[in-house]
Design a protein around this ligand. Structure first.
Ligand code: 5AD
Ligand code: SF4
Length: 463
């Protein structure tokens, strides 16, 4: 059934109250609060969806559990971008069966991208009868209703796919100095290897007014750093507002001190956006710009919509506009048909592009995507070998770039305390920084003088 966003909000609020009453009653009788555990796989979108679920769980009277064993409710928020993530979840579900046989009233929920694939959903329903609730990525907002229905009826609840034109307005999160805002959902790019457009649907941008309103509320609640989320934020458009204009609007929100956004697609990175980034001082001097490959032939087969030359041209423009900008990327090795020569092109792209960090992946065949049926699939040994050689190319460059920070002061948002007793935070370039400083700085953006540099992190003290 199709509901307006407002109807969805009212419905979910009333179910939150109903579940809360049930849980309060349980606490009054037993002296314990019910506990919920969430495990998140995959991208920042999923992490943000889990944060929304956590906020709803807290409103419904659940306490957070740090593991599955002691939880009354276990939620796996799944990813299907690569096969391995799916295998891990199936492994976990097997383990949960044993836990649940010792604790029959334990409830298990499975959500996220994995269950939006029909074949996986069918398999899950058949094999894993101990799962209580299954819901997709379009109906996070409906979770309280599904949970209530499971509690009341005792029957398994399944709610996936749906007419996905409506936009699920997100829950306003509790106060934190770091917050994410969905600006768009879905993806229309259909890169030949990628399953995301099939499970998250076509691209829909949220209204700029709604985004601004949410950002203002988050800032009023203490959010200093706002991350704008979408599969391809560069193609954001709502009415006359494109992404460049949206950034300028967010830059004017009082209280916001830092703006980040992911993910940018090179084919949609406009000069206008580069100018907006340059002009907006709150926009962090960092861009995550997935290249995927350095070979024009592979880029064409991947249907990425740009050439290597155009990609490098974009980096040159970005660096001309913002000389101190850090660039990170995503790269896939072992794409069908990738020759040693194509791979060499990726290696020399890495040399030319000079990334401060990269997410690297071995191509994973996803049923239903065009690449799954391409000839010349690459064998595992060759792909692994290329993967290791890719890392060997990336690491020394990242270290070299980090070393430029030695002795300099970087502005760092202190986020928490690490196991080593130091505070940990992020530089504008999104590099992890360990800081020898007092806990009272957590939540503040502070100048940190860098005293040591490694490949994956920096160390420093308050300047
Ligand atoms: N195999 C390997 N990596 C993939 N990615 C997306 N689909 C696949 C796949 N089938 C990577 C891309 C993307 C990142 C989020 O995941 O690099 O940018
Ligand atoms: Fe997948 Fe390409 Fe869309 Fe990114 S832009 S989500 S890689 S289809």
């Amino acid at each position: 059934m199709k509901r307006t966003p407002m109807e969805a909000v009212i419905l979910s609020d009333s179910h939150i109250k109903l579940v809360r009453a049930i849980n309060d009653d349980y606490s009054a009788k037993t002296g314990f609060k019910r506990r919920a555990f969430i495990k998140t796989y995959g991208c920042q979108m999923n992490a943000h969806d889990s944060a929304k679920l956590e906020s709803m769980l807290s409103d419904m009277g659940y306490e957070r559990s740090e593991d599955e064993k002691n939880a009354d409710l276990v939620i796996y928020n799944t990813c299907c971008v690569r096969e391995r993530a799916e295998e891990k979840v199936f492994g976990k579900l097997g383990l949960l069966k044993a836990y649940k046989s010792n604790k029959p009233d334990m409830m298990i929920a499975l959500c996220g991208c994995m269950v939006q694939q029909n074949a996986i959903l069918d398999k899950t329903l058949k094999i894993h009868k101990h799962i209580d609730i299954i819901f997709g990525t379009f109906n996070i907002r409906r979770f309280p209703q599904l949970l209530f229905s499971r509690i009341e009826t005792g029957g398994r609840v399944v709610d996936v796919w749906d007419e996905h034109d409506e936009i699920d307005e997100p829950v306003i999160l509790n106060a934190s100095f770091k917050a994410s805002v969905n600006i768009m959902y879905g993806c229309d790019n259909f890169c030949s290897y990628c399953i995301v457009p099939y499970v998250r649907g076509h691209e829909r941008s949220r209204r700029a007014d709604d985004i601004l309103d949410e950002t203002r509320k988050l800032a009023a609640n203490g959010a200093k750093e706002i991350s704008l989320l979408g599969q391809n934020v560069n193609s954001y458009r709502s009415g006359d507002t494109n992404f460049a204009a949206l950034i300028r609007m967010i830059n004017d929100v009082d209280g916001v001190e830092r703006i980040r956004f992911i993910t940018s697609h090179p084919k949609d990175l406009s000069d206008e956006l580069i100018e907006a980034m340059r002009d907006c001082k709150k926009v962090c001097r960092h861009i995550h710009l997935p290249a995927q490959s350095g070979s024009d032939k592979v880029l064409r087969d991947m249907r990425r919509g740009y050439t290597r030359e155009r990609y490098l041209g974009l980096l040159a423009k970005l660096r001309a506009a913002m000389p101190d900008i850090d660039v990170t990327t995503d790269i896939i090795v072992g794409f069908p048909g990738e020759t040693e020569r194509d791979f060499q092109d990726t290696l020399n792209l890495v040399e030319e592009a000079r990334y401060s960090g990269a997410f690297t992946f071995i191509y994973s065949k996803r049923a239903g995507t065009p690449a799954a049926n391409m000839p010349n699939q690459i064998d595992e040994k060759t792909a692994k070998d290329r993967f290791n050689r890719l890392l060997a190319a990336i690491y020394p460059i990242a270290l070299e770039l980090n070393q430029r920070s030695l002795g300099r002061a970087l502005m760092v948002l202190a986020e928490g305390k690490g196991a080593n007793g130091l505070l940990t935070g992020r530089s504008e370039g999104n590099m992890t920084v360990h800081i020898d400083a007092d806990e009272r700085y957590i939540g503040s953006i502070i100048p940190v003088k860098i005293t040591a540099c490694k490949t994956f992190y920096l160390v420093g003290e308050i300047a």
